[in-house]
Design a protein around this ligand. Structure first.
Ligand code: PRP
Ligand code: ZN
Length: 286
């Protein structure tokens, strides 16, 4: 039988849809209408295993799965021997400490002698030690946010994304422990065949990620401004310049990184650019 790369993703939760979306942007569609545990991809030698995110590091370590997509927070907590090979830029969140809203918390030393409920005991223990706080850690497996209201703990250490879970449970965020986002992890000793499949997948993931971090920009300018405008555009290479029907004018095309976008637009305008058009890029191979 032909070798397939086995990818573990979260069965149901914050990362599920976005993990499948990333695959689809990589041209890999999964038919899993019935939501079975395993599904095969149509156009790529890939099998997707739907698992609890907490179990993914272990399954990737022991080779049940070759690679996995999950939150960095879970990778850090589980301390398994796996390689983190890409940050994926979605499911951004933070692991934070929160207390009851009415608590007049001033600083981290307020947590001395207190009980903190969490599903992340290792990360929390390290954070408390680094901050010289002596608190009791109550490890629970879920619904951490209700611990203070049922008297199980004085504080919680849990994932905050939009903040609505904290809000609904009368809690407020007081300290950020770590930032996290979705990452791709891999087994330490993939066969050469699987490593080659992984490289093909990474090529696609990188093209999707690069495209998302860049915009395609088109603008018109009088010819005597072209040089200065070109110098403002970092571009992939040198910008494309095409003459316009209007005498003495040209159209200039280039690629601009998302994070410098507004700054660059302002400078382009200030230096004579007109009719600026910006469009998203679907795939970008550099
Ligand atoms: C976290 C956390 C909250 C929720 C916070 O769970 O435990 O339930 O997300 O998100 P919000 O700030 O947008 O309300 P997570 O998705 O990590 O799932 P899991 O712990 O069940 O795996
Ligand atoms: Zn989980």
């Amino acid at each position: 039988m032909k070798t397939k790369l086995k990818l573990a993703i979260q069965k149901s939760g914050r990362l599920t849809e976005k993990s499948l979306q990333l695959l689809s942007e990589c041209g890999i569609s999964i038919s899993n209408g019935s939501r079975s545990l395993i599904a095969s991809a149509q156009s790529f030698p890939l099998e997707v295993l739907f698992l609890r995110d907490d179990d993914i590091p272990e399954y990737v370590e022991n080779g049940v799965a070759d690679i996995g997509i999950l939150g960095q927070n879970v990778v850090l907590e589980k301390e398994k021997s796996v390689q983190e090979i890409r940050q994926l830029g979605f499911a951004k969140c933070r692991l934070s400490l929160a207390v009851r809203r009415e608590n007049n918390y001033t600083n981290i030393s307020d947590l001395n002698g207190k009980k903190i409920a969490t599903t992340y005991p290792k990360i929390l223990a390290q954070y408390l030690a680094e901050n010289g706080v002596n608190a009791e850690i109550e490890t629970i497996s879920g619904s951490v946010e209700i611990a203070p209201s049922i008297g199980l703990a004085d504080a919680v250490c849990d994932i905050v994304s939009t903040g609505s879970t904290l809000l609904m449970n009368g809690l407020k965020e007081v300290e950020k422990v770590i930032s996290s986002e979705a990452v791709l992890i891999a087994n330490d000793s993939l066969s050469q065949e699987k490593q080659e499949l992984l490289n093909r997948l990474l090529f696609r993931i990188d093209a999707v990620k690069t495209a998302k971090n860049n915009k395609y920009i088109l603008l018109n300018a009088p010819n005597d401004k072209l040089e200065i405008l070109s110098n403002l555009l970092p571009g992939m290479d040198s910008p494309t310049i095409m003459p316009l029907a209007k005498e003495g004018w040209s159209s200039l095309h280039s690629v601009v990184p998302e994070n410098q976008f507004w700054e660059i637009i302002d400078e382009l305008k200030a230096n004579g650019a007109q009719g600026i058009l910006v469009t998203p890029i679907e795939k970008m191979i550099v």
